[in-house]
Design a protein around this ligand. Structure first.
Ligand code: F6R
Length: 241
């Protein structure tokens, strides 16, 4: 695990965007694993700027997002599908049919999960996976648990995650209680992983991930067993290392 600490949230975003840009330069047909939440927004802003300057080309790339709320349609402003279009896809030249977000409206979630894993495998697997981290150490929506889950699956969100995500909704009771998420196994299958954390409220999760036991109680701790993980932090998130 390679850890880099930067002076500001903006620099974390710039550094992450540079890693994505290098990946796309090396392989324009890259399969990108993408995340939502507040943390990757500066990265997406930097990627849009690099695209506008003609330095990054997404025309042959594909993307797979980590997760989606159950029960929210693509048009719902709090859906991750909507977020990704608003924050990134609508501003770059990625093909409309090359972006994938698990469906929160699937009739058959079991089939949706299996189909999502199969699509990623068919695409050749994820080349570069972007991750944020929850205050409880979750990655995607893999919450503290007794075990690590392999593939895409449906989860019940913990009270702390619902409270953390409440800020995007009008009230807490509007936050969906279930989500469809890539499993830890699917995340670990990526060839390279880029974990971002910014802000003091992520410091404990980062300390436990980097220095604690490798345990499903801190799902991100498993990343220490991956051969190619880069962790980009601001000073606040790194403050307990
Ligand atoms: C989002 C995701 C989540 C977030 C995490 C941190 O697709 O998978 O694991 O990365 O909850 O969220 P923020 O960045 O909002 O603090």
């Amino acid at each position: 695990m390679e850890i880099k600490v930067f002076d500001s949230v903006q620099k974390v975003g710039q550094a992450a965007a540079m890693i994505f840009a290098a990946q796309l330069m090396k392989n324009p047909r890259s399969v990108l694993g993408l995340a939502t939440g507040s943390t990757p927004i500066p990265t997406y802003q930097q990627l849009i700027a690099l695209y506008q300057e003609g330095l990054v080309d997404f025309s042959q790339a594909q993307s797979y997002n980590l997760d989606e709320y159950c029960g929210l349609s693509h048009e719902h402003v709090c859906s991750y599908y909507y977020f990704m279009h608003e924050q990134l896809f609508d501003h770059i030249n990625i093909a409309k049919d090359a972006v994938h977000v698990p469906s929160g409206m699937a009739q058959d979630f079991d089939a949706e999960c299996k189909g999502y894993d199969a699509a990623i495998a068919k695409a050749g697997g994820v080349d570069l996976q972007l991750l944020g981290i929850g205050r409880n150490g979750h990655i995607a929506f893999n919450e503290p648990d007794a075990c690590f889950t392999h593939g895409t699956h449906v989860v019940s969100l913990t009270k702390s995650t619902i409270q953390a995500n409440r800020r995007f909704f009008d009230s807490e009771d509007q936050v969906p209680t279930r989500a469809i998420t890539m499993g830890v196994g699917s995340i670990m299958a990526a060839r390279q992983i880029l974990l971002l954390a910014t802000g003091e409220d992520k410091a404990e999760a980062i300390r436990d991930t980097v220095k604690g036991d490798i345990t499903p109680q801190v799902q991100a701790s498993i990343l220490r067993t991956h051969p190619n993980v880069v962790v980009l932090l601001d000073r606040e998130a790194a403050s307990l290392l």
